[in-house]
Ligand binder design. Structure first.
Ligand code: BES
Ligand code: MN
Ligand code: ZN
Length: 503
């Protein structure tokens, strides 16, 4: 599907479908009124018959006949005028879905006029939404009809916005730049979704390395290193290697670097949890909890895929992406409960639960990240705890940080990107849960505050670096489609990572 933009008048469009976002009462929208007049009042009459009130997810179809050059008209409900970026993105998805339902080859989409957001972010969000809404993981379906994609192109009409100043007084990005930006972010998000949805049998640590190499090959600004088990052993990454030891597939540490053309303003490092399958190890998960555990590399998918969009869009910063990839399995070689491991930074850790494996892989990855990249800002993304889902539900990521300024900046980036994130505390009192009688720490605490103790475990490995930990166990995958989010892997965090890295 191709996504383009134009500043020509949408009423002159000869697309198969003209999609018009409407916030609330359609009769109050001047553009809808103009279209309605051209149709001799049939559009608003149709809207009234169908009780179309411009609510999010609502749509209403009318056929103009000879009155207008387009084949059909769809009013797309946008909900409240004070819409969020996520809601603008959903409008793109709804427009695409109506186009698919009507088998429209070409869709013209009018950029929403009324919104609390600036025009350029709406252009970006709507473009993102059309692509995200068209996502389907269909490669293993033998019914090719299910994978059919009738919409060949979507043209975003931005004539009502061009040249308008953004709210803060800054010049808006041009329509072209914002649509292209949205398209790059959506492509990276879909790529992350593909990685998450791919079965672990294929999407194993070596394959993640190949994907990182393919991205580096596309961009002169990106390079990549893939370290095998021997090299990681030399670095002393004992915790990381212990988790992968039960698997026949080799663990891999993947390190991608983006260098800007000019001297970098700062160094930002993004670390992703890359457990390509989490059986729980000897603290084995019950089947129902294990069935979805190919998604345990969602953090890795987000950081690796983001690099593609960051390099396409360009950033003034030096950006590193690091992911320690392995499988947490059971075998005669697997790590055991009661084992004491010495981490890359010298901490000894008693294993009290082999299912608390993410923090072990991340502990060493964070040490590697600090020693090798000396970042000004350090982030990690991990499907780390079920407890975080219990705390915040399935659509919101937990954000933990040792740095007020960075935490604020990150949450602002999340808001701009239209992703739900919420700060949780690193309550010092809970640190006693991680005490061990025989080692410096143990790897699991008690039940209550599980997302926090996981964060506290990671914080132990942070030395004087501004750091943000994002627990995305909830939003990394969803069981139901809604708006621009499809069932399965969501590609969560890509939009915020790219936003934060390219501003
Ligand atoms: N990968 C899981 C967390 C998870 C659960 C992600 C559900 C996505 C959906 C993680 O490795 C894990 O098993 N965490 C344990 C920690 C506990 C053993 C301290 C958990 O949340 O139960
Ligand atoms: Mn686990
Ligand atoms: Zn896990």
């Amino acid at each position: 599907m191709e996504i383009t933009y134009t500043t020509s008048a949408p009423l002159k469009s000869s697309a198969d479908l003209l999609a018009i976002p409407v916030y609330g009462d359609p009769a109050a929208d001047t553009f809808v009124k103009a279209v309605d007049e051209a149709l001799g009042g049939r559009l608003l009459a149709q809207a009234a018959t169908e009780s179309f009130k411009g609510k999010a997810g609502q749509s209403c179809i009318a056929y103009p006949g000879d009155a207008l050059p387009c084949g059909a008209i769809a009013l797309i409900g946008g909900g409240d005028k004070k819409t969020t970026n996520a809601a603008s993105r959903n409008i793109g998805a709804y427009a695409y879905k109506v186009g698919r339902r009507l088998k429209a080859e070409n869709v013209a989409l009018v950029l929403p006029a009324y919104t609390a957001r600036t025009a350029d972010s709406v252009g970006q969000m709507v473009a993102e939404g059309t692509i995200l809404g068209s996502y389907k993981f269909s490669k293993y379906l033998s019914d090719k009809k299910a994978a059919e994609q009738p919409v060949a192109s979507i043209t975003i009409h931005g004539d009502r916005h061009v040249g308008k100043k953004s709210k803060k007084g800054g010049a808006p990005r041009t329509l072209k730049a914002s649509v292209n930006r949205g398209a790059s972010i959506a492509a990276a998000t879909c790529h992350a979704r593909d990685m998450v949805n791919e079965p672990a049998e294929f999407l194993n640590p070596t394959e993640v390395g190949n994907i990182a190499k393919a991205i580096a090959k596309k961009h002169a600004s990106v390079s990549v290193k893939v370290l095998g088990e021997k090299e990681c052993e030399k670095l002393g990454m004992t915790m990381f290697l212990a988790v992968g030891r039960g698997s026949d597939r080799e663990s891999k540490l993947i390190h991608m670097t983006y260098k800007p053309a000019k001297k970098a303003k700062k160094v930002i490092t993004f670390v992703g949890k890359g457990v390509t399958f989490d059986s729980g190890g000897y603290s084995l998960k019950p089947s129902g909890a294990m069935v979805d555990m190919k998604i345990d590399m969602s953090g890795c998918a987000a950081v690796v895929s983001s690099m593609d969009a960051i390099a396409t869009i360009g950033s003034p910063y030096e950006i590193h992406v690091i992911t320690a990839c392995c499988e947490n399995l059971v075998s005669g070689k697997a790590y055991l409960l009661g084992d004491v491991l010495t981490s890359m930074d010298g901490t000894s850790v008693e294993i009290t639960n082999t299912d608390a494996e993410g923090r072990l892989t991340l502990g060493d990855a964070l040490t590697y990240a600090q020693q090798k990249t000396k970042p000004d800002e350090l982030f990690d993304f991990a499907t780390l705890t079920g407890a975080c889902m219990v705390a915040l539900g399935g659509h919101t990521a937990g954000v933990f940080s040792n740095d007020e300024k960075l935490a604020k900046a990150w949450l602002k980036s999340a808001d701009n990107a239209g992703e739900d994130m919420w700060r949780l505390p690193l309550t010092k009192k809970l640190k006693s849960q991680l005490k061990s009688p025989i080692a410096d720490m143990r790897n699991s605490g008690e039940r209550w505050g599980g997302a926090i103790t996981a964060g506290l475990f990671l914080e132990h490995f942070i030395k004087d670096t501004a750091w943000v930990h994002v627990d995305l166990a909830g939003p990394a995958s969803v069981s139901r489609e809604s708006g621009s989010t499809m069932r399965g892997g969501t590609g969560f965090a890509v939009a915020t990572i790219v936003e934060h890295a390219t501003r």
